[in-house]
Design a protein around this ligand. Structure first.
Ligand code: F0G
Length: 361
């Protein structure tokens, strides 16, 4: 299913366009993580690090398609609500495409690296006195009134691009293990990736490239303080109840109204997957575990590994499984969280003897 293009565009045959507004997105690493693999107790564990995209998150895969569609439509203003990463990607791809960008962010709840990106790439940044879900309500209304072209994951072209995460994971596992993964574990906010991966796998089944029982189980992980999808899966509900009060250190997934739930819930159910929540402490521990393998991720990304560890401890994931964990954003997106989770700098005098004395102390 892959062709000649580069990154995301190697999969142009599965996308609605032949080429996009591109900054060489996709083709991210599928890292081995031997210490974590042994520690959690799995046949194989691989980390698909989406933080290695041009703006440091998976959003680039969606934007390369979505912004190209906007170009074809001839719109001049693009907009999104964002917990940060979407705004960084929209700003970069929008300016590359020569369009004006408008981003609505929940005031005080967006990590520093992401605001810096949106700012330098030239977005007009509106800080809203409300949470992400309120920002998205407003952007949907603006788009409905023709004020801007919406580039949140409600835009189906975004999800088309994000399908390629699933295609790359399958290709990587086939190359290294001669089989697709048993399970893919991913953080969930708006559930766009969950929906996109499920769509990719459905299309492979329809094309006869994958059998139904080979489709990897999809496991969504949310932070305890923002877990409406987990609640719906646990209750066997068909609809997700919107949470008005959400809180977590993993600000990227501080979301109470996962707008892609109608597309994502069937993906979790029909692949025999599940959804689980993890505490902020478990997220930070997983962020440190990944860092110990040399893999630097932002807190929301580490939720996938935290959730996997928990499911393995509960025996829902078994030791004979081959698992892919998706890490969605780079460590430098949220430098404050990284510094808080890591070691403290130590003050030393500006001379070698003093440094040695300090080290021996
Ligand atoms: N991980 C990171 C790092 C994210 O930035 C997001 C979403 C998610 C996971 C959740 O992905 O929505 O596909 O379930 N960030 C959006 C933003 C909301 O505005 O940057 P999902």
């Amino acid at each position: 299913f892959a062709g000649e293009g580069q990154g995301v565009w190697r999969y142009a045959d599965t996308l609605p366009l032949d080429a996009g507004v591109s900054i060489q997105e996709g083709a991210t690493p599928l890292y081995e993580a031997p210490q974590l693999e042994a520690d959690i107790g799995l046949e194989a564990l691989r980390i698909k690090h989406e933080g290695m995209n041009p703006t440091g998150s998976f959003k680039d895969r969606g934007m390369t398609v979505g912004v190209a569609v906007a170009t074809e439509l001839g719109v001049d203003r693009l907009a999104c609500a964002s917990t940060g990463n979407t705004s960084a990607a929209l700003a970069a791809y929008g300016s590359r495409g020569g369009m004006e960008t408008l981003v609505l962010l929940p005031a005080g709840k967006v990590a520093a690296g992401k605001i810096a990106q949106a700012s330098l790439h030239g977005a007009r940044i509106l800080e809203v006195d409300g949470n992400f879900d309120a920002c998205l309500d407003i952007v949907q209304e603006l788009a409905g009134q023709g004020e801007a072209y919406l580039l949140n994951s409600l835009n189906p072209f975004r999800l088309e691009g994000q399908k390629t995460i699933g295609l790359e994971i399958l290709e990587g596992f086939l190359a290294d293990y001669d089989t697709v993964p048993d399970r893919i574990v991913l953080p969930v906010g708006n559930a766009g990736n969950t929906a996109a991966l499920y769509k990719a796998f459905r299309e492979l089944v329809q094309a006869g490239a994958l059998s139904r029982d080979e489709v990897p189980k999809l496991v969504g992980v949310q932070a305890e303080g923002a877990a409406p999808m987990v609640e719906a899966v646990e209750n066997g509900a068909d609809e997700v109840r919107r949470w008005d009060d959400v809180e977590t250190r993993a600000t990227a997934i501080r979301i109470g109204n996962p707008v892609n739930a109608p597309k994502a819930l069937p993906g979790i159910r029909e692949t025999d997957g599940t959804a689980i929540s993890v505490t902020d402490e478990e997220i930070t521990a997983a962020q440190r575990d990944l860092a110990g393998e040399g893999i630097g991720v932002e807190p929301a990304s580490a939720a996938s590994v935290a959730g996997l560890r928990k499911l393995r401890a509960e025996g829902i994931v078994t030791d004979d499984e081959r698992v892919a964990c998706l890490t969605t954003g780079h460590l430098l997106k949220d430098p404050d969280a990284a510094a808080a989770a890591g070691s403290e700098p130590e003050s030393v005098p500006a001379e070698t003897a003093g440094v040695l004395e300090h080290l021996e102390y």
